[in-house]
Design a protein around this ligand. Structure first.
Ligand code: MG
Length: 328
């Protein structure tokens, strides 16, 4: 009788944890050494999608809605989503404040669905708009900083600029202001050369603040062993990395899916327990788009609505827990 009761209890506990959302399971994320860990101190590897640039009229904005977020959670089993808010590029946030409303829609949908969400300052020249970044992220921290879901990504991709003289000083200014409001949520800092030079950040990381991680981006058909070695070097030096964006195709968003290189990268991400978001949930005519051109922006997508990249990436994300993340 007791044996039956115990079995039932085990089944029930298992059942309860199966029903938990990613955020209910993992809670507040933090940085420990070169790892991102959950509330219990266990390394976490999140897998999900990046939306396309939010810019008005660029085609990706229509996917910034609740139905899409809910579908990615339910059908793709995404544990994270990225709102890529265009900043200085035409019709981005600096021209058109409705970009911010799109981001807020996605953040609120992620919170409702128990997913993690990256608030991405999708800029290539963020150091020129430091004041605007501070004002924006202070607003986000005030509104959402108490939710464990939220991750601040303060600089998508710096170009060929100095880490020490340009990116790091920018990051320190923005982090200082976020931390006055939100003492703990993760902040991810971009790295030079389209967020590939993680080695330069590893030699001179931001100090004095907790829960800071660094951006690594790769496109599987362009970036192979050379970038993987650089990433491994940074990890070995103690740098916590976060892959806020990656693609199955070439770095310009075009070309065919490189299945072999993508598989190698997935193995690397899993081995190092890195979190990642695929670029992009969009239906533009380009290799990196997960959706075919006519696909609706309301979720409920069938396999026939997905591009080769979309089919491959959906399978990776859906299977991520089994592939890599058994403990959480
Ligand atoms: Mg907080």
């Amino acid at each position: 009788m007791i044996k039956h009761l115990l079995l039932f209890l085990l089944f029930f506990i298992n059942f309860l944890s199966l029903g938990q959302s990613p955020v209910e399971k993992n809670g507040n994320l933090s940085v420990q050494g070169n790892m991102i860990v959950n509330e219990k101190g266990i390394p976490v590897s999140l897998a999900g999608c990046s939306l396309f640039w939010s810019n008005t009229g660029w085609g990706g904005a229509k996917f910034y809605n609740k139905d899409v977020v809910k579908w990615l959670k339910k059908d793709w089993r995404a544990t994270i989503i990225r709102a890529a808010m265009g900043v200085e590029a035409k019709t981005g946030y600096l021209d058109d404040p409705s970009n911010k409303e799109r981001v807020e829609t996605v953040v609120e949908a992620a919170i409702e669905n128990g997913m993690y969400v990256l608030i991405d300052w999708h800029s290539h020249h963020a150091e020129k708009y430091t004041g605007e970044a501070i004002e924006f992220f202070k607003g986000m921290a005030e509104k959402y900083g108490e939710n464990p879901n939220v991750i601040y990504e303060i600089y998508n991709e710096p170009l060929e600029v100095s880490w020490s003289k340009t990116v790091k000083p920018y990051a320190e200014k923005v982090i200082k202001e976020i931390r006055k409001i939100d003492p703990d949520n993760l902040i991810i800092v971009g790295t030079p050369n389209w967020s590939q030079d993680v080695d330069s950040a590893a030699g001179n990381p931001v100090t004095g603040y907790k829960n800071i991680a660094y951006t690594l981006h790769f496109y599987a058909a362009s970036h192979k062993d050379f970038l993987m070695k650089k990433a491994q070097y940074a990890i070995d030096k103690g740098l916590p990395l976060f892959v806020t964006e990656w693609g199955t195709v070439k770095a310009n968003g075009h070309g065919k899916v490189d299945y072999e290189s993508t598989e190698k990268w997935m193995e690397f991400l899993c081995k190092n327990k890195l979190s990642h978001c695929n670029w992009a949930i969009n239906n533009k005519h380009e290799g990196a788009s997960a959706l075919k051109h006519k696909t609706s922006a309301t979720g409920n997508w069938k396999d026939s609505d997905l591009t080769p990249s979309g089919i491959f990436v959906r399978a990776i994300i859906r299977g991520w827990k089994e592939r890599c993340n058994k403990s959480n």
